[in-house]
Design a protein around this ligand. Structure first.
Ligand code: GTP
Ligand code: MG
Length: 393
């Protein structure tokens, strides 16, 4: 249960675009297993995994259900006709090579695809296979992570330089003390700070320390290194099963040093591909036999969480459904995800928490315990709320 709210402090703004329909892009060097991972995720062989670099040219998009024990329990309890879980939209992006920021490989096309997503699954190759070409010649995840980070950062630096130039040009006449001039100067100062974080501090933008005002400027620039990254380390099936690989501790060390706090998830594309090909009912047995479980559920959950997404549920005999919203969304906007009328003509929501429903067993019991509450427009949704919206005709 979330703790009772203390009196409002100013709320910390979040980096990134607003919205509930956010996307994660799969990023990495060529031939690290991105498309194979994407295919396993979407369980559709799109025929894109191929043993030559740049097999993926156009981004492919899939909506992946996000596993949630609460959703499963609600379905068991309500036995609805229709069940709709929460989804994470994933996009398979072409491989990036050293020099992409200056146009090498698929260069700028690649980077524009990264710009279009909200978060990054970075696939890092730690499996050996002489049959699968490595563009850099050998397997070295640290060098690979360095390459990706450098390219994204260089692109950001170029972008920020341009923006700074434009601002300074149009701001040359700013000598006055008008509010507009003052705001303009502040914006320029923030862009200079952004530039310093990228260059002098050599940090990704998401690791900078930003005030809400600065975050508005950061967001307006749509920077690549502002996007949350989840590192996915692709191990051989054998290493994944025995939970051992010489690179893993080093990768962990690299993340702690360069991007502390970014999640790291080891997995095995080879195993995931094998499992994805099996019919649903044989998968559990195959996992037992292998002595390891698929990591796809964990990965989708991590991606969803990295975007600051939460969900609320609507429940009834017809349908149990999860609705994705950004953390911090207020009741009317949350209702608006279902239908804009619900937002425009919002009256109130009858809301109970999943935990209360689980504890009391049924809606009438929750109501009797006084825990089905009417919530008005200022109510901020909590993850796992179950809502009935009331809107005016
Ligand atoms: N041994 C082994 N081979 C893999 C693994 N993952 C992918 N491969 C092989 O590596 C080759 C490239 O895989 P893709 O999934 O197309 O790689 P990609 O990262 O999408 O490559 P680009 O789209 O070219 O950037 C294919 O031949 C795959 O079968 C793995 O975990 N182990
Ligand atoms: Mg690919």
């Amino acid at each position: 249960m979330p703790p009772k709210k203390a009196p409002e402090k100013e709320k910390k703004s979040v980096l990134g675009r607003p919205g509930n329909n956010l996307k994660v892009g799969i990023v990495g060097l060529p031939n690290v297993g991105k498309s194979s991972f994407f295919n396993a995720l979407s369980k559709t062989d799109l025929g894109k995994a191929a043993n030559f670099p740049y097999a993926t040219i156009n981004p492919e998009e899939a909506r992946i259900p996000v596993p949630d024990a609460r959703f499963d329990w609600l379905c068991e309890t309500y036995k609805p006709v229709s069940k709709v879980p929460a989804f994470l939209t994933c996009i398979d992006i072409a491989g990036l090579t050293a020099g992409a920021s200056t146009g090498a490989g698929l260069g700028n096309a690649f980077l524009s695809h990264v710009r279009a997503v909200d978060g990054i699954f970075q696939v890092v190759r730690a499996f050996d296979d002489s049959e699968v070409t490595h563009v850099e010649g050998d397997v070295d995840p640290l060098r690979d992570m360095e390459i990706i980070q450098t390219e994204l950062r260089l692109k950001d630096i170029e972008w920020v330089e341009k923006s700074l130039d434009q601002h300074k040009k149009s701001g040359r006449a700013l000598g006055g003390s008008s509010l507009a001039d003052k705001a303009r100067k502040e914006e320029i100062a923030t862009i200079e700070k952004i530039y310093k974080v990228l260059t002098e501090d050599q940090k990704d933008i998401r690791k900078g320390d930003w005030t809400n005002k600065e975050i508005d400027v950061v967001n307006s620039l749509q920077l690549l290194t502002a996007k949350p990254v989840t590192y996915l380390v692709n191990l051989s099936e054998r290493d994944y099963i025995r939970k051992k690989n010489k690179w893993l501790p080093k990768i962990k060390g690299w993340i702690d040093e360069h991007n502390p706090g970014d999640p790291l998830i080891p997995f095995s594309v080879a195993l995931e591909e094998r499992l994805a090909l099996l019919p649903e009912e044989e998968r559990a047995d195959a996992e037992k036999e292998a002595g390891a479980q698929s990591a796809l559920g964990k990965i989708t959950q991590a991606g969803y969480a990295s975007l600051d997404l939460i969900r609320y549920f609507t429940c009834g005999p017809d349908e149990v459904r999860a609705w994705t919203i950004r953390r911090g969304t207020k009741a009317p906007q949350a209702a608006g995800v279902i239908h804009t009328d619900f937002e425009n003509k919002f009256v109130c929501g009858e809301i109970m928490s999943y935990d209360d429903l689980k504890e009391h067993g049924s809606e009438p019991a929750v109501k009797a315990a006084g825990k089905l509450r009417q919530q008005g427009k200022p109510y901020e949704m909590a993850d796992g709320d179950i809502a009935y919206w009331k809107s005016g005709a």
